[in-house]
Design a protein around this ligand. Structure first.
Ligand code: AMP
Ligand code: MG
Length: 405
């Protein structure tokens, strides 16, 4: 039996980077760029007006007065200098023409026929956005390895880019095993239950940025399991649930071995999720996760999600860890670390956590009610108020319902 950390280290050591592909800007969102993006020009490309106002040479004002001799909207360009003592009306974004060093906003002038009077508060050099004040030509603006967020998409488009090179999405085959399983949409017959693991796992793949390849359900036979696993080998990784324990009809490990796969480890010292095998088969990582719905989701979080993120070039591949104060006494009487589903909330700068109740690994509602996993060491008996480590599954609880700034 290996520890969670040993299992993670051993798995991640066998995950390699996927190839790169060129995609459109929007398809690059939440992906990782594989090349440095260098500014091809200055942004802004020229000194330009930050306001709708008047541009002029400050020291040539006649008292507070200037003659208005032109108009320059955004999108146009004027190469002839503005004469001393004159101003042109200029719109936000228009390049400041030669012969001007100042813009005064329309709000700060009094118009008087073809002249203006400038408020005493107007400052020399004001309201001009300098050429290159955002980025300068040749600057490395978005280094290789960066996560592409909406602001990077904006910056790339400002640099004239309409497509970008990113690591391609991991294709992850998802296979459920079990003669008891029916697909969603059907009504459970006696002895049957609905296959939920394929869908929670498929959604976890999507959430990590991968593409699920749904293989359906393998029957509890060696041949059937082998057939199904084979059909997943054109994916980048294979995730199987169920059939990996010691039941008479648990064929997953044997099927992997019959196909020539090498099992790196089986059984991780954790609860839920002990029966978990990792194998390399045809150079592809194969995760054989437990069948219990909670164990499947939790072990995906610990082992598969970081693998997908690593393969897709991310460097931050683990969920955030925080410490929270227990709202109730909580114990782990067992000999394995227990990943207890918790409800984390925030009060001022304190994180608080309570458990989701009955922690049976078949109880999917223990996950839907919560947002984090409390990491309880073996033989632990903690009182209310004591601090525990939490792996956060989502940070939605930190988002506001009320506007506040
Ligand atoms: P197994 O490891 O195959 O013995 O499965 C353990 C438990 O998880 C059994 O109660 C199964 O019915 C249940 N289970 C296995 N696969 C799934 C699945 N795809 N969806 C929902 N429950 C499952
Ligand atoms: Mg089974």
């Amino acid at each position: 039996m290996v520890t969670i950390e040993e299992a993670q280290r051993s798995i991640l050591a066998s995950i390699s980077l996927l190839e790169t592909e060129r995609v459109s800007l929007f398809s690059g969102l939440n992906r990782v760029t594989t090349v440095d993006h260098i500014a091809p020009w200055d942004i802004p490309p020229a000194d330009n007006s930050a306001m709708d106002g008047y541009a002029f040479l400050y020291d040539t004002m006649d008292g507070d007065r200037l003659r208005v001799t032109g108009f320059l909207p955004a999108g146009e360009y004027r190469s002839t200098p503005v004469a001393p003592g004159e101003a042109i009306k200029i719109m936000t974004g228009a390049p400041v023409p030669p012969g001007c060093d100042t813009v005064v906003p329309v709000e700060d002038v009094r118009e008087d026929g073809d002249a203006i009077h400038v408020a005493a508060s107007a400052k020399k050099g004001a309201h001009i956005r300098k050429r290159g004040e955002d980025i300068t030509e040749g600057e490395k603006v978005i280094p290789a390895g960066s996560l592409i967020r909406p602001q990077e998409i904006g910056m790339l488009s400002a640099m004239g880019t309409s497509s970008l090179a990113v690591y391609r999405r991991a294709r992850v085959a998802i296979l459920s095993t079990g003669d008891e399983l029916l697909e969603p949409g059907s009504t459970p017959l006696p002895g049957k239950i609905i296959n939920s693991n394929s869908y929670s796992l498929g959604a976890q793949v999507l959430d990590a940025g991968g593409e699920p390849l749904m293989l359906g359900i393998a029957p509890d036979t060696l041949e059937g399991t082998i057939e199904k696993i084979k059909s997943g080998l054109n994916a980048d990784m294979v995730v199987i649930t169920g059939g990996v324990s010691v039941g008479d009809r648990d064929f997953v490990k044997l099927a992997i071995e019959k196909l020539g796969g090498k099992i790196t480890f089986w059984k991780v010292n954790m609860k839920p999720g002990k029966p978990l095998a990792f194998a390399m088969l045809d150079g592809k990582p194969v995760f054989a996760l437990p069948g219990n719905p909670v164990a499947a989701v939790v072990s995906f979080e610990l082992f598969v999600r970081p693998s997908i993120l690593k393969a897709m070039g991310h460097d931050r591949i683990f969920r955030p860890r925080i410490q929270a104060e227990l709202l109730e006494a909580t114990a782990n009487k067992g000999k394995r670390p227990h990943l207890v589903r918790g409800i984390v909330s925030v009060e001022g700068n304190r994180y608080l956590v309570s458990t989701t109740g009955n922690q049976s690994s078949g109880r999917l509602s223990s996950l839907t009610q919560g947002n984090g996993l409390i990491l309880l060491p073996p033989d632990a008996s903690l009182s209310a108020g004591e601090k525990v480590d939490i792996m956060l599954l989502d940070r939605g609880f930190e988002m506001g319902k009320e506007a506040s700034l």
